[in-house]
Design a protein around this ligand. Structure first.
Ligand code: SF4
Ligand code: SF4
Length: 96
């Protein structure tokens, strides 16, 4: 398994759709995610997850969705690409 570079890229790239069990474990998911008709929630879709913090750690790490728990660093295809800093810079520029 590859070592995680803690670049945060995986939390910016994947489609994360928590299940009901995830939402029961972590109710904050339902507050920020879109409810889908097939009993799941759309937390992120190829954009930064709302729980990804500026220091690239997860705000709900202890109660994160099962998809995030099952993810192995070696699975990542954004390995160390690190686009999140650029994304945040663009967001800041848009607000100026
Ligand atoms: S819930 Fe946490 S681990 Fe999962 S994508 Fe969001 S920030 Fe990453
Ligand atoms: S993309 Fe890979 S290396 Fe970067 S934080 Fe995610 S698991 Fe770690």
């Amino acid at each position: 398994m590859k070592a995680c570079l803690k670049c945060g890229e995986c939390c910016c790239r994947f489609i994360i759709e928590p299940h009901l069990a995830d939402v029961k474990r972590e109710p904050r998911i339902a507050k920020v995610a879109k409810a889908l008709r097939y009993g799941r929630w759309r937390l992120a879709c190829c954009d930064p997850c709302p729980f990804l913090k500026l220091d690239k750690t997860c705000e709900i790490y202890a109660t994160r969705p099962s998809e995030c728990r099952d993810f192995e660093p070696g699975d990542c295809w954004g390995y160390g690409v690190n686009t999140i800093d650029k994304w945040w810079e663009e967001q800041e520029a848009d607000q100026e």
